[in-house]
Write a protein that binds this ligand. Structure first.
Ligand code: FPP
Length: 246
């Protein structure tokens, strides 16, 4: 039976986060330049976004560009930025058709002006869509985010807007870039690497982790359903015993 048919529709994860890895290796295997891998990766983004929207997933967060990715060779960074800009412009009608609302997390101010402008325009256009929230992590790293949140909390205390005693989990969450979102239920990482790589460190505290050897450009809808089915067979205990949660 296909994985698609095994999905329990009353237990769809609300928030799925994905570390899309392996574009470079996929290209190399075909004897192609790395950018071909990124271009093929965009096709996977398209497929998985449509699949997530159709399943009724509320939030899909994709790690598109990390703070550390700025250290890649300039040609690759420039080409990736152009690809992102072109993709957003080209895909906005698909987002509208699928009722998808786009947003970003990360330090957008580091992006070239054209890229910032394209993302802002797409966010504005899709702002009233009520289906899937597609969140693109761009120039994002969890430690960067935690530093920003800590500075802002310290500032609020310094200015007398809150007390040290007011600092709790809920408050810290509200200072994260994901403030309005539930924590990810499921994190998927492709390409066989078993790492979190500075992604959503605060938010992933209780997420189920799913790793696959499949490289991102060849990650299919059916692979995505496999991850969802796997997630649905896990028991989430949040530190409690099996008996307590039954
Ligand atoms: C990881 O592969 C992938 C990236 C750093 C970029 C991901 C970007 C896309 C899939 C394109 C655009 C996305 C959107 C949301 C429109 P890698 O280069 O690290 O691969 P490697 O580990 O095999 O070298």
């Amino acid at each position: 039976m296909s994985y698609k048919n095994q999905i329990q529709h009353n237990r769809i994860p609300r928030h799925v986060a994905i570390i899309m890895d392996g574009n470079g290796r996929w290209a190399k295997r075909q004897g192609l330049a790395r950018m071909f891998g990124h271009r093929q990766g965009v096709e996977t983004v398209h497929t998985i976004t449509e699949a997530a929207a159709a399943l009724g997933i509320e939030y899909l967060t994709l790690y598109a560009f990390s703070t550390e990715n700025w250290n890649r060779p300039k040609e690759e960074v420039d080409a990736l930025m152009s690809l992102l800009v072109d993709t957003i412009a080209k895909e906005t009608p698909t987002l509208m058709k699928n009722n998808v609302r786009l947003s970003t997390i990360g330090d957008l101010s580091r992006l070239p002006a054209a890229a910032q402008q394209k993302f802002r325009a797409c966010m504005e256009e899709t702002n009233s869509n009520t289906g899937l929230n597609l969140v693109i992590a761009l120039s994002y790293s969890a430690r960067w985010e935690i530093i920003q949140a800590t500075k802002n909390i310290a500032l609020a205390v310094q200015q007398g807007a809150m007390l040290v005693e007011d600092i709790n989990e809920e408050l810290i969450s509200s200072y994260m870039t994901t403030a309005q979102m539930p924590d990810p239920d499921l994190l998927i990482r492709t390409s066989g690497e078993l790492r979190i790589s500075n992604f959503l460190l605060w938010q992933l505290a209780y997420s189920e982790l799913y790793f696959t050897d499949c490289l991102w450009p060849e990650f299919t809808e059916e692979e995505f359903y496999h991850a969802i089915v796997d997630y649905q067979h896990r028991e989430r205990r949040f530190g409690k015993t099996s008996e307590q949660i039954r």
